[in-house]
Design a protein around this ligand. Structure first.
Ligand code: ATP
Ligand code: MG
Length: 211
C-alpha cells in the first residue's frame, strides 16, 4: 500500500545502505535523526552484497551482517531490513539498490537515501549517477572526522541533496573490529545484542599468531 490512509500523502521511505560489519550506534542515530527530521514513515536498512574485498580486507558473511542489522533494528517500529543487496550477485551499486526498492514498493513511494558525509563526497564516482538522483532524494549526514567542503557537493543537483547535522558519534565499524581483535570492549558502541552476537560467532578475532 503506497498511500497513507489517514492523510492521503505519499509514503516517505528512508534507505540506509551500508556494509554494517558490524552495525553500530552511529548508523542507528543517523537513521533515527533523518527519520524524525524528514518525517519518514520507515527507514529500511540495506546490508551490501558480498564484495570480493573492501579496502583490502575480507568482509563478514552476508548472513552475519544481515542478522546483526536485524537484531540492532528490531526494537524500532519504524526500522526494517531488506535483503535486496545481499541477494543480488556481485558488488553493490546504489543505483541497483534504489531500483529494486523502487520496484518493490511502487512508484507512489518517495525514497530518501541516507549516507554519511564520507560516502556522499564519493557520489560522482557511483555507477548510474544520473539515475540515482531521479530515484531518490539524498540526505548527507555529518560524521565526525569528515569535513564536507562546499566544493565536494557543488556538482550535485541542489534540489536532490540535503545536508543534515546529526548528533556526532565518533564510531566506525573499522574501530569496532579493531577493538574486538585487540580484546577491547565494544559495549555501548554497538547495541548489547551485537556485542553478544559477535562473541557468539567469534567475529573479528585476530587470527592465531597475530594477537
Ligand atoms: P567501515 O569502517 O567498515 O567503513 P562504517 O562505520 O563506515 O564502516 P559503513 O557500513 O561503511 O560503516 O557505513 C554505512 C553508512 O553509514 C555510510 O553512509 C556511512 O557514511 C554512514 N556512517 C557510518 N558511521 C557513521 C557515524 N558514526 N555517523 C554518521 N554516519 C555514519
Ligand atoms: Mg565506511
Amino acid at each position: 500500500i503506497a498511500w497513507d490512509q489517514g492523510s492521503g500523502r505519499r509514503l516517505r521511505l528512508g534507505v540506509m545502505g551500508g556494509t554494517f560489519d558490524p552495525i553500530h550506534h552511529g548508523h542507528l542515530v543517523a537513521a533515527s535523526e533523518v527519520q524524525a527530521r524528514f518525517d519518514l514513515d520507515e527507514v529500511v536498512f540495506v546490508p551490501t552484497g558480498q564484495p570480493w574485498q573492501k579496502a583490502g580486507r575480507e568482509v563478514s558473511q552476508p548472513e552475519d551482517r544481515y542478522l546483526m542489522t536485524t537484531i540492532a533494528t528490531a526494537s524500532n517500529p519504524r526500522f526494517s531490513v531488506s535483503r535486496v543487496d545481499i541477494e543480488r550477485p556481485g558488488a553493490t551499486y546504489t543505483v541497483d539498490t534504489l531500483r529494486d526498492i523502487h520496484s518493490l514498493r511502487g512508484p507512489e513511494v518517495d525514497l530518501f537515501f541516507i549516507t554519511g558525509a564520507d560516502a556522499l563526497s564519493r557520489i560522482l564516482t557511483w555507477k548510474g549517477v544520473d539515475e540515482v538522483f531521479e530515484l531518490a532524494h539524498f540526505v548527507g549526514v555529518s560524521r565526525p572526522g569528515v569535513e564536507l567542503a562546499e566544493s565536494d557537493i557543488a556538482h550535485l543537483p541542489e534540489d536532490r541533496v540535503t545536508l543534515l547535522e546529526v548528533p556526532a558519534l565518533s564510531i566506525s565499524s573499522t574501530a569496532c573490529r579493531e577493538r574486538v581483535a585487540a580484546g577491547l570492549p565494544i559495549w555501548y558502541l554497538v547495541p548489547d545484542g551485537i556485542v553478544q552476537y559477535i562473541a557468539k560467532r567469534g567475529l573479528y578475532r585476530a587470527p592465531r599468531g597475530e594477537q
